[in-house]
Ligand binder design. Structure first.
Ligand code: A3P
Length: 304
């Protein structure tokens, strides 16, 4: 597909990996924290839809699903721009001339759909005040950790990391961008009791995409015919999205996202963690998981 100039990213000089700094108790990329006052003051509108996830939980997948639902299953309309231009990533602060999610969101006419990876305490207060609808997708911790590890390797803007074992220890300790997976999924699980939040699971989306897409449509107050539903299921399958330049992040310069190290659309399965965890890592992980999750009703599937 030929891309229009505005659809192509232009890389600034050599791209540097970020470092994490504390933001209200959560480690965050320093570029985001440098713009914190503006991000925190972001003005949500009542008809905004927020898509929120812990990184690598299936954000791009739910973004494509939502955009397809909002466009009545018209794949041409969803090919109007890459994912992050259709649905701005609120706190993404890249050097010019690359994206500022904040500026893209501010310039966007209503109704807007906005993406964020914030934990509940970092979300700008106007989203709560305006009672915006929100969709949260959670993914089982083991596959989420594996996917995040590979993403650090291919995304030259992420912090430097050590080998898998070191990364896993840092991930469990919440010493990664966006902090603790436990705090994130639990915080949003609690928030749904007092706010219009549709809480979805990556594993359910894999098991029965049609059913989960219907849930999203219903949450948005939209009806899908059988034929539109089946188009959306097909268009948002892993294979279709991997081949779709408007959804697979291949428009981002390779000096930032290097798909030869690991493609953004990597495996898209449940249970890949078994290829990465040693028996000892798995046992340690299960012990910590049991402790951290003992007083929540939130449960996950680590295999289908
Ligand atoms: P893997 O690295 O396990 O393959 P995010 O969009 O939040 O960054 O998440 C990326 C993860 O979601 C990657 O996981 C990617 O392959 C997976 N993914 C993206 N689109 C998908 C789809 N249509 N179906 C299943 N998984 C998908």
């Amino acid at each position: 597909m030929d891309l229009k100039p505005e659809q192509k990213g232009v890389a600034p000089g050599p791209f540097k990996r970020t470092v994490l700094v504390d933001c209200k108790g959560v480690p965050m990329p320093k570029e985001t924290v440098e713009h914190w006052d503006r991000i925190w003051a972001f003005q949500a509108r009542p008809d905004d839809l927020l898509i929120c996830t812990y990184p690598k939980a299936g954000t791009t997948w739910i973004q494509e699903i939502v955009d397809m639902i909002q466009n009545g299953g018209d794949a041409q309309k969803c090919a109007r721009a890459p994912t992050d231009k259709r649905i701005p990533y609120l706190e993404l602060c890249l050097p010019k001339p690359l994206s500022s999610g904040l500026e893209d969101a501010e310039a966007m006419p209503s109704p807007r759909t906005i993406k964020s990876h914030f934990s509940v305490q970092l979300l700008p207060p106007s989203f709560w005040e305006q009672n915006c609808k929100m969709i949260y997708v959670a993914r089982n911790i083991k596959d989420n950790a594996v996917s995040y590890f590979h993403f650090h390797l291919m995304n030259k803007g992420m912090p430097e990391i050590g080998p898998w074992d070191q990364f896993l220890q840092d991930f469990i300790a919440g010493k990664v961008a966006y902090g603790s997976w436990f705090d994130h999924v639990r915080g949003w699980w609690k928030a749904k009791d007092r706010h219009p939040i549709l809480y979805l699971f990556y594993e359910d989306m894999k098991k029965d995409p049609a059913q989960e897409i219907q849930k999203v449509a219903k949450f948005l107050g939209l009806e899908l015919s059988e034929s539109v539903l089946s188009k959306i299921v097909q268009h948002t399958s892993f294979e279709s999205m991997k081949a779709n330049p408007m959804a697979n992040y291949s428009t981002v310069p390779s000096s930032i996202l290097d798909h030869t190290v690991s493609p953004f659309m990597r495996k898209g399965i449940v249970g890949d963690w078994k290829e990465h965890f040693t028996v000892a890592q798995n046992e340690q992980f299960d012990d910590i998981y049991a402790q951290k999750m003992r007083d929540t009703s939130l449960t996950f599937q680590t295999q289908l």
